[in-house]
Design a binder for this molecule. Structure first.
Ligand code: WT7
Length: 654
């Protein structure tokens, strides 16, 4: 694959870019070099971008265990004392109390709201008081299961203000998935809404919470924000409407003093094995990294209107809707709806309505809107746009070009940002004004990030190469542990390549030192920018009484990036049928949620296994990709004949 250098910057963007950007090429190289040569000095200095009640005396104290597998311990700014909500709100009150902090755009285009920093302060304090009156204190875990309404941000910031640990669960997850997450972190408090509203359709959030609690127990309080006004069951003594509870409290609440390494939040994410892990992020290093990346990567300047289209249920929403932007005193737009409601022009109309300058979305959204043609974009102005961003999965050059040419009218650099729930913030990315772009490449590392490409044996490859992506040194935004299971943290991330953080991604580095992420190398698939463990979908399938065995793999999907392909072996005596296929799809949606919906199900009398009984996924992936001529060696199969049947009945005929 030959990739040409496209659209060098800052040369072919308006001249003001070069003048205005925080860094140019030389400055990037100088700052990057310093951040690697002297991480302590670099981060000691940049740690002061947030306010501290007690200043730290040392920035970095981290070990990845080393080549012999010693203790993994990651601590940043560890003797500093601060508060995330204080940094996101209170410290701005003197200078920007009347500036808009959050622009909220409702699902219905006629609904929007502007919340100033002063109003945000009052709202968050009130929310914190409601929680405190119900036993939430420093170290408590609080589950948040909310639609994209300002109260979701208030709830997160209220937890941060009290030093409580929030666990936001995406509103698209099923009651069962919610129950697992409530149980794992032992939340006694759940914050939700009566119903969510997306694309004109209602999502029964409170009813899902009721079903989840019926499974787990242990929840003493449910705070219900009224969104649609739809009627919901309220259990006396346990459930309270937020608006009623809020009348009983004041809008003043001091920000708790918390240590830099006290937990800020847990976010569950899928891996290659087992149940989703509770990724734990802490306070000081996370906020320094989220705010610094937000400033530099999006070249955020005072007065800019910034919009990240993610949901707060994902890490992108945490770092780049709420914490990074608010720590920087930015105006951040929060969108309740979906890209194609009421029409496929919605994104571009919202950009015009609120004069958005910086727009950050996912390749899957770009591809689906690209499918609707240029006209719905071109009928809008988009004159306010200055910068475009992409996140969640590799962006194919075709979608990149469309985003660049049609949406950005060749005026806006695109930042293709590679990172993960675990990394807390952006790791590999262009810096606008400093980095020449190549469509499909996340380009170069952010300050303090030391990526390496290793081969299967862990040998560090030099120059242009291809292999697995690891990060060799700690950075402040990194996850600290798996909640309640530090050994799982060590095993998952630091055992494949001892002394290094393993990302789970494959990548290529070209002769210019640019990184091209090629996708997951483990049993994790990326569906519309959402991570899904194949093992989770398999376990949902085999929990159906008619299923004896299941194997799930990803396959290339035009819009979603990857689709979910399930091979299912039925119990003796069960017959494959269209209605059973539908039943299985519905079953997985019920068990995990709509994001896990299998795209294709193949009924397979047998799965390809080695003589020791291990499923050969390599073969299943090839057949799902419709590339069965390249199956490779099948001689180790216990029964090579099963492969013929699998090929014969394959579901993806490209
Ligand atoms: C995985 C992490 C980070 C926020 C959203 C996803 C893939 C993410 C890119 C990109 C290529 C990307 C990787 C990564 N990924 N961004 N710009 N180019 N791949 O967070 O759910 O933790 O998923 O998403 O495979 O490992 P996540």
């Amino acid at each position: 694959m030959e990739h040409v250098v496209h659209h060098p910057l800052p040369h072919d963007v308006p001249a003001e870019w070069a003048a205005r950007a925080y860094v140019n090429e030389a400055k990037y190289l100088e700052m990057y070099e310093r951040s690697i040569r002297d991480p302590e000095g670099f981060w000691y200095e940049h740690g002061s971008r947030i306010d501290w009640f007690t200043t730290y005396t040392r920035a970095k104290n981290a070990s990845f265990g080393g080549p012999d597998g010693g203790e993994v311990s990651i601590r940043w700014f560890e003797d500093g004392v601060t508060n995330v909500a204080y940094n996101c709100i209170d410290r701005h009150l003197d200078t920007r109390g009347d500036q808009v902090a959050i622009i909220w755009e409702g699902d219905d285009p006629s609904e929007s709201k502007h919340i100033t920093y002063r109003q945000l302060h009052a709202e968050v304090c009130r929310f914190a008081n409601v929680l405190r009156n119900r036993g939430v204190e420093k170290g408590s875990t609080v589950t948040i299961y909310m639609p994209m309404i300002p109260e979701a941000a208030y709830a997160m910031l209220a937890c941060a203000r009290l030093g409580a640990i929030h666990s936001v669960v995406f509103g698209g997850f099923s009651p069962d998935s919610l129950a697992d997450r409530i149980r794992d972190c032992g939340s006694k408090m759940v914050i939700t809404a009566d119903e969510g509203l997306r694309g004109g359709r209602k999502v029964p959030l409170k009813a899902n919470v009721d079903a989840a609690i019926a499974k787990v127990g242990g929840v003493d309080h449910v705070v219900v924000v009224r969104r649609t006004g739809g009627s919901v069951d309220m259990e006396a003594g346990r459930d309270v409407y937020y608006h009623e509870a809020a009348e009983q409290v004041t809008d003043e609440c001091p920000a708790e003093h918390v240590d830099a390494e006290d937990p800020l939040f847990i976010l569950y994410t899928s891996g290659s094995t087992g149940k989703p892990k509770g990724v734990l992020h802490t306070t000081g290093g996370y906020l320094v990294f989220a705010s610094m990346t937000h400033q530099y990567v999006f070249d955020y300047h005072d007065g800019d209107i910034y919009w990240c289209t993610a949901d707060v249920g994902w890490v992108t929403g945490h770092s780049y809707i709420v914490y990074g932007p608010l720590a920087n005193g930015a105006t951040t737009l929060m969108f309740e709806g979906v890209p194609n409601y009421p029409t496929v022009s919605r994104f571009w109309e919202v950009i015009d309505k609120h004069k958005v300058n910086i727009f950050y979305t996912a390749p899957t959204a770009i591809r689906s809107l690209m499918g609707a043609g240029d006209a719905p974009v071109k009928k809008t102005s988009r004159a306010s746009l200055r910068l475009l961003g992409s996140v969640g999965e590799p962006i194919n050059p075709e979608a990149w070009e469309w985003y660049y040419e049609v949406v950005g009218e060749k005026r806006c650099p695109i930042v293709d940002t590679w990172w993960q729930t675990e990394t807390g913030g952006i790791m590999i990315t262009p810096l606008p004004g400093a980095t020449r772009l190549k469509p499909g490449s996340a380009t170069r590392p952010f300050f303090g990030v030391v990526p390496q490409v290793v081969d299967a044996e862990g040998k560090v490859l030099e120059g242009a190469c291809e292999g697995n992506l690891v990060i060799a040194e700690s950075w402040p935004g990194q996850m600290r542990t798996v909640f309640g299971d530090h050994q799982r943290f060590v095993d998952t991330y630091f055992s494949a390549y001892k002394g290094k953080y393993f990302t789970g991604d494959g990548c290529r580095r070209d002769a210019d030192g640019y990184y091209w992420i090629t996708g997951r190398v483990d049993d994790v698939i990326n569906v519309s920018g959402h991570r899904m463990g194949t093992a989770e979908v398999e376990s949902a399938l085999v929990s159906h009484p008619k299923v004896s065995e299941a194997a799930v793999v990803g396959y290339p999907h035009d819009i979603k990036g990857q689709g979910i392909y399930a091979y299912v072996t039925l119990m003796q005596g069960e017959e494959p049928s269209e209605s059973l296929r539908k039943e299985l799809v519905a079953h997985v949606r019920k068990e995990i949620g709509p994001i896990a919906t299998p795209d294709l199900i193949q009924f397979a009398p047998g799965l390809p296994k080695t003589r020791s009984g291990k499923i050969m996924r390599r073969i299943l992936r090839k057949i799902a990709e419709d590339e069965f001529s390249a199956l490779g060696d099948t001689s180790t199969l216990a029964d090579p004949a099963v492969v013929d049947d699998l090929i014969e009945n394959r579901q993806n005929r490209a």
